[in-house]
Structure formats: C-alpha cells, structure tokens
Design a binder for this molecule. Structure first.
Ligand SMILES: Cc1cc2nc3c(=O)[nH]c(=O)nc-3n(C[C@H](O)[C@H](O)[C@H](O)COP(=O)(O)OP(=O)(O)OC[C@H]3O[C@@H](n4cnc5c(N)ncnc54)[C@H](O)[C@@H]3O)c2cc1C
Length: 287
C-alpha cells in the first residue's frame, strides 16, 4: 500500500484542485483494499476516489482519509456474454477487454475518463449510453460485509446514483460489477468507439477539467445556454470558462477552489437570471 501523508488532493483529481486530508491511501490489490476497509470500518471516516474526474475538493483540510482505487490491480473476467470488472478498471480498459471478446457495451462509455467504481457511483453516461444499461449486479463492501446487489434493487438515474450520498463513516464501497453484453463484430465496435472519440475531440476542450460542470436540463444543452449568455472565455485567475464548450471550466495553470467556484456560481446565477432555469451540478463539490 502506498500512503501519502502530506499530499494535496489536487494530485489525484483531473481538475488539479484540492487541499490536504488525513492521508491519501493507495491500496495496490483487492486484498489490501478489503483489509483497509475492514480496519477502517466504524472507526475512521474515509472517502473513496476513483480516477478523480468528477470531483472538486475545496482547498480546506479534509478531516478524513481518502482511499484512491487508481492503483488497485485491475481484474477483468468473462463468462459467456457476461463480464466482471473490478472497480479500478477504467472504462477504456473495459472497452478493450470487450473488443477482444467481441462484446458490445463499452465503446461509447470508453471515452469517459473514469473507472468502473467512480462511474457507477456517478451514474456516468454519454452518447445516450448509461453505464447502468448493461449492468447486472454490483459487489459492495458495507458495514464489514461483502455482498452483491442486483440492479433492480438500486437507485440510479441520469448522472446520479444513491452511492453518491455515501456517508463517510459507513460508505457503500463498490468492489466489482457484472455486466451482460451483446456479441458484435469487432470492427463495428471499434468504429463506434472511434466515432465517439472524434465527436469528443471536435466538441470538447483539452486541458484540466472535471467534464461538464452542470447537467443538461430537459435535453437542453447547458453549454449552449452559457454561450448565449456570453460567458465563454471568462476567466478568474487561472480558471477559464472554455471557449470551445461553455459547460467546461479549465484549470490552465494554478487555479484554486475559489477561482473555479467563482465561475460555477457566475454561470448558475446568470442562467437563473436570464432563463429562470435552476441548473443542477454534474460535478461533485466536496467542501
Ligand atoms: C474530460 C472529461 C470528460 C467527461 N465526460 C463525461 C461524460 O461524457 N459523461 C459523464 O457521465 N461524465 C463525464 N465526465 C465526468 C467523470 O469522468 C465521470 O463522472 C466518471 O464516471 C467518474 O469516474 P471517476 O472514477 O473519475 O470517479 P471519481 O471522480 O473518482 O468519483 C466520483 C464519485 O464516485 C465515488 N466513488 C468512486 N469510486 C467508488 C467506489 N469504488 N465505490 C463507491 N463510490 C465510489 C466517489 O466517492 C465520488 O463520490 C468527464 C470528465 C472529464 C474530465
């Protein structure tokens, strides 16, 4: 296990923002991960971080441990048309494994930079495909027990799941997930992936971000609303509302939490005033 005592959370988030916590812990295999969860159970507060691509931590001290699943050895297996992935498997790894096995389901999702655990918790989706579409069940650690939960017993939706309401004293931790997929011609799978990647490169900016700041409301693009309000390109120190996509904020160098939060609040209040729309955040803000 790798333990970082004095490291900022900015080092494990895609936006590159976040203060210190008690320690950032990186288990390196499933056994270490489960032993750590058992040791902490009921005794220590902790937050799980996957690839850190949907999180904005404040610069304050966070009085709990952070367990990052990024370095846990990935486990991917297949039985007939069903695959099981550990929470640390990235959506891109999942896609590559499925491609090799001629299974369709992850070619659109692979363009999202999260891992299986973080993406299930966030209810990730893109190009009209949700990570929940082909899910069968999830294995979790909760209250010192490991068990499977069937999809029909879960609460999830558009960029939402009940795992997001996790209590830091007793969270539900996703360990593995099983998906049942359809057989498909590998060329077709690969072409779909490439076409989605091209759409992303054409429409979305490069740089440090957490993806979209706000959810789209009733199929209305928040990026377009931001553009119509003339907010694209507005800066607060090193934080900037992307010129390419109005729903992205980029950390161009050393932006801090206050800089990013200022722009988030600016978008929120401007769109409320101009369109009377109350936007819902897509990014998870951890103050
Ligand atoms: C460039 C870019 C593009 C993006 N595009 C999209 C997009 O098209 N669609 C989309 O939905 N999202 C998008 N995102 C946002 C983000 O990538 C997704 O929400 C992603 O699925 C989050 O996964 P993660 O591993 O990074 O989770 P994290 O950000 O690490 O965590 C997210 C939440 O999940 C919880 N969590 C993490 N792992 C576990 C676990 N094992 N058990 C329980 N809880 C856990 C965390 O505590 C946190 O609450 C984008 C982000 C970026 C940077």
């Amino acid at each position: 296990m790798i333990t970082k005592l004095n490291e900022n959370l900015s080092s494990i988030t895609s936006i590159g923002v976040g203060g210190k916590c008690k320690a950032i812990l990186f288990p390196e295999n499933e056994e270490e991960f489960i032993n750590l969860l058992k040791d902490f159970n009921g005794k220590e507060k902790y937050k799980i971080v996957g690839n850190g691509t949907n999180l904005l931590f404040s610069d304050n001290f966070h009085d709990y441990y952070v367990i990052c699943t990024k370095k846990i050895k990935k486990k991917m297996s297949k039985r007939k048309n069903c695959v099981t992935f550990s929470s640390s498997t990235t959506l891109f790894d999942a896609y590559q494994f499925c491609l090799k096995n001629h299974l369709s389901g992850f070619e659109k999702l692979a363009t999202i930079p999260g891992n299986i655990g973080g993406s299930l918790a966030s209810g990730a989706s893109c190009f009209k495909k949700s990570i929940y579409d082909d899910l069968e069940k999830i294995q979790v650690f909760y209250d010192d027990k490991i068990f499977w939960i069937d999809k029909n017993k879960m609460d999830y939706g558009y960029h939402f799941s009940s795992f997001l309401k996790n209590d830091l004293s007793k969270p539900f931790v996703i360990l593995n997930a099983k998906f049942c997929l359809k057989e498909e011609n590998p060329c077709k799978i690969q072409n779909e992936y490439l076409s989605c990647s091209i759409k992303r490169k054409t429409n979305q900016p490069i740089g440090r971000s957490f993806g979209c700041v706000f959810k789209n409301q009733n199929n209305q693009s928040t990026g377009m609303l931001v553009e119509n309000c003339g907010l694209k390109g507005i800066k607060k120190r090193d934080a900037i509302i992307s010129e390419k996509h109005g729903n992205f904020i980029i950390n161009s160098n050393h932006a801090n939490f206050e800089d990013i939060k200022y722009l988030i609040d600016l978008i929120e209040t401007t769109i409320k005033e101009k369109y009377d729309i109350l936007l819902e955040k897509d990014v998870e803000i951890v103050e």
